[in-house]
Each structure stands twice: as structure tokens, then as C-alpha cells.
Design a protein around this ligand. Structure first.
Ligand code: HEM
Length: 410
């Protein structure tokens, strides 16, 4: 009735082969009927095949998003907003506000609901039957119609709030070298030079809304959940923060590198609760060979990064949340993919360029929380529920729990 070629990679050696040694051969992406809609058949960066368009988009996105200069430009904003972001994580809007941009709060809040809807529609398994079996696709008409509507509404919002608003501002204010150049200004420059068209601009905004925000938010949620459920780890982290920084001195981005236990807590969260456990699906455009097998062209390649990081053959008691492992037996393992058994951000050509922002944001957010509050389960509960919800390639917490934040007195 229908078939798809699927390869699941579950060993560090084969992961190295796919992501590094044969990184070009396996550097494309598969999409499905739903991702075709949300990305305009790969006019974006995350879901486009490996080639000139991807290279150009990744280059254009690097200066405004993926450099240490960007971290330095925006870190004060993350630091200021960490308590607010936390509040929002736990509160109704659930979204950290600033990821490297300078927009009004409406621009930031408006896409929230639609981003959530896009994520639900794309990550759901509900449409698998029509995606795998083409003759059943007519039954998906209703589902795909909703996807198209959500996509149109999101792109319109991005155009109104991000692109047009910024263009208006640029035409009324002089953007001299002292004024803060915002991420979107770089992208609009590229459009003006004719390197990309307006659709590409909107898909870049779309990619950032998805790739950057949900992954970081889910990881913060997992971090909070694990710290609530492991009070002894929370206390040890608080002790480190107090000793290294002094009680009441609020953590800033440069401090995050001086706090090995905080780094270990973050790594352990990303190991056990990997937001993108199968990476974003890879694909080989042409016939290839892998581990002695012939891999037909356009096969979907899933690197099972979660298993690599949770396989008992490679990790001591992997089911335990134990940050100490990253200070003891796994002290040399970093989040940047220096060891193929630990790839929370992937590695190689299609690896996550946002790691440079994600790690300090996680450090500042979790650090400030633990410095300022005792994180507790709701009264009457000894733990919060950490059941997981998986999607096409995502993993997040199933139920949002209430967490008690008991302020510390200094
Ligand atoms: C904790 C937070 C994050 C996690 C766990 C994460 C994880 C990942 C993973 C696993 C991939 C796929 C790698 C592969 O397929 O080989 C990816 C790709 C990507 N991520 Fe992240 N990410 C995070 C935050 C961010 C942030 C903050 C940004 C942007 C500001 C970002 C932008 C991207 C982009 C653009 C891609 C696609 C790269 C490409 O296809 O060339 N991510 N991320």
C-alpha cells in the first residue's frame, strides 16, 4: 500500500559515519506532507536539502543569531528577563521573551498560540496513515487544510509584526551605527541585496520561532522538573552558586563558565530529557552505503541520539538523574558533540547552530531560579509528574505541574 525507507542509527560509530564522515551524503532533510506545508517545501533553512540554498540561509542567519557577539549583545536582556521568563514558563503564556531580537511585546506574544498549534499539528502522529500510505491521503484533506490555515496566519503575523514593523521603524528612525541592529535587520539587508526573497525572510522567522524557542523552553521545563524531584541536587547547585558568586549576587552569562556543577546539571538534563531525541531527520539525496548496507536514495535517517546517551553499555546507570557523572567518569564529554555518544545538539554540518545561545540561556535561567528560590512540588505532593510526550521527533513534558517557588531570604 505504501512504503518508506527508514534507517535508525543507534551506535556512536554509525552516528559518526552519518554526521561526520559522510556528512555531505547524509546532510539533507526529509519532509512529510505536513512539513512541506509549514516550510513551503523547504524554502526555509532547517528542513531544506543540503546544497546552495541551505548554505546561503545558514550563512545569512549566522551573523544575527549564532555568534558570541550576539550572546554579548543580548545577554543583559536574558539576565534581566530570567525571572520574568521563569514566571512565564510557569505561568499562562509559557514563553521566554527575547532570543536575540528587539521587538514590542505584542510582536513577541502574538505568535505564541499559533506556534503551539503549528507544533502540535506537525509533531502529531495523527497524520501518519496518510503520510505513509499515499492512497489514504484524501482522508487527510481536513487535517492538511487546518495546517495550511495555521501556516498562512503565522506567516501573516510574522510579516505584520516582525518584518513590516521593523521596516516602518527603520524608515522613521535613523539606524546609525550606535543604534542596536536587530536580527531581522540583518535578514532584511540580505533581502535588499537580492540574496533571498521575502518568503525566505518569513521562513527564517518561522524557523527561529520553532527551532529556538520550544527546544529551549522544553529543556528549561525538564531542568526545573528534575531539580524539584531531586532536592539534594538542587541544594548542591545552590551551594555552588552561593560559594562561587556569593549569596544574593545574581548569576550573569560569564559566571556560567565558572560553575561546573551548574554545567553538569544542564548536560544531565539534556542527556536524560533530550528535547530532539532523534535529531531532526536526515536524508541521503543519492544512493549511499552505511555499515555495509546499501541505503536507497531519499531514505529517512534517524540518529537515535537519546539511545546513544542512555545506552547502559556506554553510561553508568543511565536512568538515574546524576549530574556528577559529568564531573567524574564523563568529565571530558561536552554538549558540542566531542563524543558521539552524547549529541543533544547533533554534530557536523546540520548540527544546531543555536547551541551558542541555548547553553547560556539555560545556565542563566536555571541558575537564577535556584539562587533565588527553593523549588518545591505542590503541597501534599512529594514529586511532580515527569511523564513524557513524544512527537514526530520531539520529546517534552506531558503535563504541566504547578511548582512552588519559595523565595530565599538573604
Ligand atoms: C536546548 C535548546 C536546543 C536544543 C536541544 C536543540 C537541538 C537541536 C538539534 C538536535 C538539531 C538537529 C541536529 C541534526 O539534525 O543533526 C537542531 C537544529 C537546529 N537548531 Fe537547535 N536546539 C536548541 C536551541 C536552538 C536555538 C536557541 C536556536 C536558534 C537561535 C536553534 C536553531 C537551530 C537550527 C536553525 C537548526 C537547523 C540546522 C540545520 O538544519 O542546518 N536551536 N537543534
Amino acid at each position: 500500500m505504501g512504503q518508506r525507507n527508514l534507517v535508525v542509527v543507534s551506535s556512536p560509530d554509525l552516528a559518526k559515519e552519518v554526521l561526520h564522515t559522510q556528512g555531505v551524503e547524509f546532510g539533507s532533510r526529509t519532509r512529510n506532507v505536513v512539513f512541506d506545508i509549514f516550510t513551503g517545501k523547504g524554502q526555509d533553512m532547517v528542513f531544506t536539502v543540503y546544497g546552495d540554498h541551505w548554505r546561503k540561509m545558514r550563512r545569512i542567519m549566522t551573523v544575527p543569531f549564532f555568534t558570541n557577539k550576539v550572546v554579548q549583545q543580548y545577554r543583559a536582556g536574558w539576565e534581566d528577563e530570567a525571572p520574568v521568563g521563569l514566571w512565564r514558563t510557569c505561568g499562562p503564556t509559557r514563553r521566554p521573551r527575547r532570543m536575540g531580537s528587539c521587538f514590542t511585546s505584542e510582536a513577541v506574544a502574538a505568535p505564541d498560540a499559533l506556534n503551539g498549534e503549528r507544533s502540535r499539528l506537525a509533531q502529531s502522529f495523527e497524520y501518519n496513515y496518510g503520510d505513509f500510505i499515499p492512497i489514504l491521503r484524501p482522508f487527510l484533506r481536513g487535517y492538511l487544510k487546518i495546517c495550511k490555515e495555521v501556516k498562512e496566519r503565522r506567516l501573516k503575523l510574522f510579516k505584520d509584526y516582525f518584518v513590516d514593523e521593523r521596516k516602518k521603524l527603520a524608515s522613521t528612525k535613523s539606524m546609525d551605527s550606535n543604534s542596536l541592529k536587530c536580527a531581522i535587520d540583518h535578514i532584511l539587508d540580505a533581502q535588499q541585496k537580492g540574496e533571498i526573497n521575502e518568503d525566505n525572510v518569513l521562513y527564517i522567522v518561522e524557523n527561529i520561532n520553532v527551532a529556538a524557542i520550544e527546544t529551549t523552553l522544553w529543556s528549561i521545563e525538564w531542568g526545573i522538573a528534575e531539580l524539584v524531584n531531586h532536592p539534594e541536587i538542587q541544594a548542591k547547585l545552590r551551594q555552588e552558586l552561593d560559594t562561587v558568586l556569593g549569596q544574593g549576587t545574581q548569576i550573569t552569562e560569564p559566571d556560567t563558565y565558572k560553575l561546573p556543577y551548574l554545567q553538569a546539571v544542564i548536560k544531565e538534563t539534556l542527556r536524560l530529557r533530550m528535547a530532539i531525541p532523534l535529531l531532526v531527520p536526515h536524508m541521503n539525496l543519492h544512493e549511499a552505503k552505511l555499515g555495509g548496507y546499501d541505503i536507497p536514495a531519499e531514505s529517512k535517517i534517524l540518529v537515535n541520539a537519546w539511545w546513544l546517551a542512555n545506552n547502559p553499555e556506554n553510561w553508568k546507570n543511565p536512568e538515574e538523574f546524576r549530574p556528577e557523572r559529568f564531573l567524574e567518569e564523563e568529565a571530558k564529554v561536552e554538549a558540542n558533540g566531542n563524543d558521539f555518544k552524547y549529541l543533544p545538539f547533533g554534530v557536523g554540518r546540520r548540527s544546531c547552530p543555536g547551541i551558542i545561545l541555548a547553553l547560556p540561556i539555560l545556565g542563566i535561567t536555571l541558575g537564577r531560579l535556584v539562587q533565588n528560590f527553593e523549588l518545591l512540588p505542590p503541597p501534599g505532593q512529594s514529586k511532580i509528574d515527569t511523564s513524557e510526550k513524544g512527537g514526530q521527533f520531539s520529546l517534552h513534558i506531558l503535563k504541566h505541574s504547578t511548582v512552588v517557588l519559595k523565595p530565599r531570604s538573604f
